[in-house]
Design a protein around this ligand. Structure first.
Ligand SMILES: C[S@@+](CC[C@H](N)C(=O)[O-])C[C@H]1O[C@@H](n2cnc3c(N)ncnc32)[C@H](O)[C@@H]1O
Length: 404
């Protein structure tokens, strides 16, 4: 029942592509998300907005994103900053330093994280981003099995590279997360568990295990169903607890005292301002998604801001909060008590079924939480890869066609 209600809430969001007045979408306490849409290879499991790297377009992008900070009057206190992609580590250390420096001119910013592909996190690179003020990185390892990586159009991983990342990051006090996926085409549970053993031995502070989700825009087909992915992640939990890792949330394990890299959790609650092509923002009840790179550059270079805009209703915001509390496993009872009666009633049912108790989600309740989290992510509307959630897609097509 809870799953049905969540899907209904997330599934009905409709976007309108329109010009936006930046002064109507400012926030003074928020998170910052910078989207770097460039990649040198396009992975078939990836639903996020991305384009193949073109260096002259990257130069225009860097100028435009700086301009976007000014146009949108970025200022105040940011609780977090993430650079996501795409492949953020295609930007050089100097370029990142320049962007973060520009943000710090008007924003009080403590925490800055970025994700990227393993090969580009060289020790020299980690040195440069540490100087730029990055204090956490998330590395897209995905699998240690060459055949699996090849089948999703991804470069092979080398153990010594991964070891080098953990070592260099430790020298600079940077927290490291490795992302691994289960359910990729042709991937077996046995191979996944062997990979978990390998990465646990390399020892990053955090390991995130994602079930392969069929979000709109994803072409590859999972090798197993959601319950099999859940069992595999439970198996990973057993391997990892034997190596000194604790479970931080349904898919996250850490050995660094819970200093987790968790962009999805931060983004579920509170305002966040997204910059760059394809970036999401949530400001109050407004959800905004920036256009793809061509329409984005054309608009910003002409001092205009366009985006896909939707209003999130109060109900949907409450359901999101509920999903987030469950996902953390040891939810905060105070936050649950503030939710409306119908959600609290579902919580009582979960309690009666033995899925939750006073201290949080029980082992019996984990399959439910896995399933509900996966459903929330799979039903998130991605307007750029799903025209059916956009009321006036033709207007966007015209904007793209007239962009230089
Ligand atoms: C935004 S991605 C970017 C990472 C970076 N571009 C890279 O290639 O390493 C962050 C993580 O989301 C996970 N991810 C991407 N697509 C997914 C999907 N369809 N289902 C589940 N997890 C996914 C991957 O583990 C990936 O490392």
């Amino acid at each position: 029942m809870a799953k049905k209600m969540l899907t209904k809430n997330f599934g009905r969001i409709r976007f309108n592509y329109t010009e936006l007045d930046p002064s109507a979408y400012e926030s003074r306490v928020f998170g910052i998300y910078l989207h770097v849409p460039f990649c040198t290879k396009l992975c078939s499991f990836c639903p996020f907005y991305k384009v193949l790297l073109d260096n002259s377009q990257k130069e225009r992008y860097l100028a435009a994103i700086r301009k976007e900070f000014g146009m949108r009057n970025l200022g105040g206190k940011a609780n977090w900053l993430y650079m996501g992609g795409g492949t953020p580590n295609l930007l050089s250390g100097d370029e990142i330093s320049e962007l973060l420096g520009r943000i710090r001119e008007t924003v009080d910013l403590a925490d800055a994280g970025m994700e990227g592909v393993p090969d580009l996190f060289t020790p020299e690179y980690i040195d440069a981003i540490a100087k730029a003020g990055i204090n956490k990185i998330s590395v897209g390892v995905e699998s240690m099995t060459s055949k699996t990586l090849e089948s999703v159009n991804r470069a092979e991983n080398r153990k010594d590279r991964l070891r080098g990342i953990v070592r260099a990051a430790a020298e600079h006090g940077i927290n490291v997360n490795f992302d691994l996926m289960i359910g990729l085409p042709g991937q077996s549970t046995e191979a996944f568990l062997a990979d978990i053993g390998t990465v646990a031995e390399i020892g990053p502070g955090q390991i995130t295990t994602y079930p392969f989700m069929q979000i709109s825009g994803v072409k590859a087909v999972p090798s197993m169903d959601t319950e099999q992915m859940f069992e595999a992640i439970e198996g990973a939990g057993d391997v990892l607890s034997g190596s000194g890792y604790y479970r931080d949330s349904i898919w996250i394990f850490s050995n660094n005292g819970g200093k987790v890299y968790d962009s999805s959790q931060d983004e579920l609650v509170g305002d966040y301002l997204g910059f760059g092509p394809g970036a999401f923002s949530t400001i109050g009840r407004a959800q905004i998604v920036n256009p793809g790179v061509e329409a984005y550059l054309e608009a910003i270079e002409n001092d205009r801001w366009f985006g896909f805009r939707a209003e999130v209703d109060e109900d949907a915001a409450h359901w999101r909060k509920f999903a987030r509390e469950l996902y953390k496993l040891d939810f905060d009872q105070g936050s649950v008590d503030e939710l409306p009666g119908k959600i609290r009633k579902i919580m009582s049912l979960l309690r009666a079924a033995g899925h939750v108790d006073r201290s949080g989600v029980t082992p019996k309740g984990r399959l439910f939480v896995h399933d509900i989290t996966k459903t929330v992510v799979e039903t998130l509307p991605f307007p750029l890869s799903n025209p059916s959630v956009v009321e006036n897609w033709d207007d966007y097509e015209r904007a793209k066609a007239s962009a230089k």
